[in-house]
Design a binder for this molecule. Structure first.
Ligand code: ZN
Length: 174
């Protein structure tokens, strides 16, 4: 099989706004595990805390996350409970150069399958809880800028438009 390098999709690309297809049991095989490893490589290379499939141009409900406590490779993850609320500044590999405060649950419980199709439950708080919510948002076609209030949405409108058009911001921007 020819190795094609995965690349980060930047805002403006359609796939980031699509809901990822759920993975069928029969699709959980060596090829899927290879895809997950390549996503992990891309995440580490770009120094991300997590990477959702659509960010690598893949239409499957899969994500990789490493919030400093080891790697998670998750298939069909979903949040089954959430509690508390915290605001924290977040960035996104698909929206380079933009950091926004996002209010999310302080802790979550996520159910998923691991890369061998075994059910997995993750009880998370702190950075891991935040990363899980960020990546599961991606799998639903949602981005950090969707969490902005009207004021900040207006404030960042120009930058986001520019990103969508050119895939990056001009060097001279503040
Ligand atoms: Zn992101």
């Amino acid at each position: 099989m020819k190795e094609t390098e995965l690349k980060i999709k930047v805002i403006g690309e359609h796939i980031l706004r699509e809901k990822a297809a759920l993975v069928k049991k029969s699709e959980i095989n060596d090829e899927m595990r290879l895809t997950l490893s390549r996503m992990a490589q891309l995440m580490y290379k770009t120094k991300g805390v997590g990477l959702a499939a659509q960010q690598a141009g893949i239409d499957k409900s899969i994500t990789v996350i490493d919030a400093g406590t080891g790697i998670y490779k998750l298939i069909n993850p979903k949040i089954v409970s959430r509690s508390g609320s915290e605001s924290m500044e977040e960035g996104c590999l698909s929206i380079p150069g933009i950091f926004v405060k996002v209010k999310r649950a302080g802790s979550v419980v996520v159910e998923a399958l691991d890369e061998y199709g075994q059910p997995l439950e993750i009880k998370a708080r702190g950075l891991l809880a935040r990363a899980l919510q960020h990546e599961i948002d991606h799998l639903n076609g949602k981005l950090i800028i969707d969490h902005l209030d009207l004021f900040n949405r207006m404030r960042l409108k120009g930058k986001i438009k520019e990103l969508a058009k050119y895939g990056k911001l001009p060097e001279s921007e503040d």
